[in-house]
Design a binder for this molecule. Structure first.
Ligand SMILES: NC(=O)c1ccc[n+]([C@@H]2O[C@H](COP(=O)([O-])OP(=O)(O)OC[C@H]3O[C@@H](n4cnc5c(N)ncnc54)[C@H](O)[C@@H]3O)[C@@H](O)[C@H]2O)c1
Length: 248
């Protein structure tokens, strides 16, 4: 698909990679509708990008946002399914000072699953339902997974969501092929965004030391992958790792 033909939603597009994707899509001539919970940052996006508050973990929000975005753009043929959060922690650990056993809270489990998995799934469902109801084809969906989908210490909740998203990229690519809709995923390694800027600097430094290309990723590194997913009509049902070579 050509970037200039797109009428595309970007979730979590007020900051980090999503904001970069939205701006690159807009600059390439696409119509873009950004949804995010962060209304202050939404207001900072360039003029011409449609934007509205969206909490992807709320079904009613997803339904209303997709209808609104399609009306604003005069159609809808794409989704960059990017909104995501972290609530890292070991499932069970022993506190070093007190010796007490500490468990991951169900709240932290539910938060990550609610946004990164249920929310992402609702956005796929609503976007595809709109395209099918309105006879819109071709269409493309790009899910944001993670190299953590293979398993990562301290991220049970995140791993569960991102692994499921990669697996369902295969499922949905097969379910939606009859409607002319492709479904792909991108799996970043460590990328320099507000999400990683909040990490412990020592842990970040140790992680970067293990990246073969010797640096953290940039939102633009990931944009090249998102762009490939959109433009290559033969790329479907697959998850592309973009991680500087740090995963197996
Ligand atoms: N940064 C990394 O190293 C990295 C690595 C692998 C995967 N990812 C994934 O890439 C995507 C983008 O990550 P990022 O680093 O740009 O994150 P970020 O934290 O910098 O930005 C995420 C955006 O999502 C928004 N958001 C959070 N909850 C939301 C909700 N309920 N509804 C709508 N919007 C919501 C935030 O307000 C924010 O604008 C995420 O899915 C993340 O899990 C990031």
């Amino acid at each position: 698909m050509k970037l200039s033909d797109l009428k595309i939603i970007v979730t979590g597009g007020a900051a980090g990679m999503g904001a970069h994707f939205a701006q690159q899509l807009h600059a390439a001539g696409a119509q873009v509708a950004v949804g995010d919970v962060d209304e202050a940052r939404l207001a900072l996006l360039p003029a011409g990008i449609h934007r509205q508050r969206l909490d992807v973990s709320q079904e009613a929000d997803c339904i209303a946002f997709v209808a609104w975005a399609a009306a604003q753009m005069g159609g809808l043929n794409g989704l960059v399914n990017n909104a995501g959060v972290l609530r890292d922690g070991l499932l069970v650990k022993k506190d070093r000072t007190t010796g007490a056993v500490v468990k991951m809270s169900q709240e932290n489990w539910n938060k990550v699953i609610g946004i990164n998995l249920t929310g992402a799934t609702l956005m796929v469902r609503e976007t595809v339902a709109w395209m099918v109801e309105n006879g819109q084809r071709p269409g493309v969906i790009v899910n944001m997974s993670s190299i953590a989908r293979h398993g990562n210490r301290g991220q049970s909740n995140y791993v569960a969501a991102k692994a499921s998203l990669a697996a369902n990229t295969v499922t949905w690519s097969r379910e939606f092929a009859p409607f002319g809709i492709r479904v792909c995923a991108v799996a970043p390694g460590m990328v320099d965004t507000p999400m990683t800027q909040g990490m412990n600097p020592k842990a970040l430094e140790a992680f970067i030391a293990q990246i073969p290309v010797g640096r953290i990723g940039t939102p633009d590194d990931l944009w090249l992958a998102v762009r490939f997913c959109i433009e290559c009509d033969y790329f479907n049902g697959r998850t592309m790792d973009v991680d500087g070579g740090c995963s197996f």
